[in-house]
Write a protein that binds this ligand. Sequence first.
Ligand code: JDK
Length: 265
Amino acid sequence: MRIDVVSIFPEYLAPLELSLIGKARQDGLLELNVHDLRTFTTDKHRTVDDTPYGGGAGMVMKPEPWAQALESVAKPSEGAKPVLIVPSPAGERFNQALAYELAEEEQLVFACGRYEGIDERVIEWAQEHFTVRPMSLGDYVLNGGEVAVLAMVEAIGRLLPGVVGNPESLVEESHSDGLLEYPVYTKPSAWRDYDVPAVLLSGNHGKIAQWRRHEQFRRTSERRPDLLAEFDAGSLSRADRNALADLGYDVVDGRLQARHGDAAS
Ligand code: JDK
């Protein structure tokens, strides 16, 4: 995969030289280049922003440097348009399913805006050259697209073949069926006043799997009940249904329903 990032703060992307993603670049599994938007300006002051039409606070990024930058990095392969990801608080919410989808692409280009964002005409024009995806990391406002790009490149990059050392972890993840993860522990088994749950030391793999599954249900019901509402409860085991009943959930038409009067409802 090829990734190009355009930003007025290319140093912000320096962490992509470290750890798993840095190693993937060194190993040639990922070709990643960061470009300074200001190198695509033509005026003496290398201007990238101007005041907003219609008034209002702050500044807006000018269209001309963006068009120059995006034209120079786009490398359509076999006629296929590269994907242009534009971080924005007004974008589609980025998630794991999108990470899997984007990990299949030949080229990803990330356009990091700053100030109040990029002139909207850039988004319209770019559709001639790219599949454009305005994308939000979450419902909060960052100062620019760079931090969102760090997160998205890390989430996508680790899915590329050979990037994660132990591919079994990715297989386990891909089967995680929309529940939160179970808690993990390591040595020592007794630490200060806190013991590792005894079942994990039992050597009983059936019991361990059942306990972990129950912990997933418990955590998801406590922290992310929205995920349980979407959960496919159509083919649950007896043990799963009992665990969920203990948490106050019944299976109705293949969906989980919080029992009235229970903590979860
Ligand atoms: C890209 C600039 C900062 C954007 C509010 C301005 C009129 C109100 C500041 N998930 C996520 N959160 N934040 C981003 C993100 C922020 C960005 C840019 C991504 C580029 N900013 C910014 C918008 C506002 N908005 C226009 C209405 C304030 C991604």
